[in-house]
Design a protein around this ligand. Structure first.
Ligand code: ZN
Length: 58
């Protein structure tokens, strides 16, 4: 049973969300639910500094 990429809990005990860099490959990350996915994105800063002009504090 895979563990949540963010919190380490077994994802299948919840409502898991799987993420893959490529549609043809196995999931590279998995999360308990969208809450853990959102928290991981927030903590890793994945939504800032790339193509998005929004940044924290503005
Ligand atoms: Zn989790």
């Amino acid at each position: 049973m895979p563990d949540c990429t963010f919190c380490g809990c077994p994802v299948e005990a919840h409502d898991p969300v799987f993420v893959s860099d490529s549609p043809d490959e196995d999931p590279t990350a998995q999360f308990c639910n969208y809450g853990c996915l959102a928290a991981h994105i927030d903590e890793a800063g994945l939504a800032t500094g790339t193509a998005c002009e929004w940044s924290p504090g503005q």
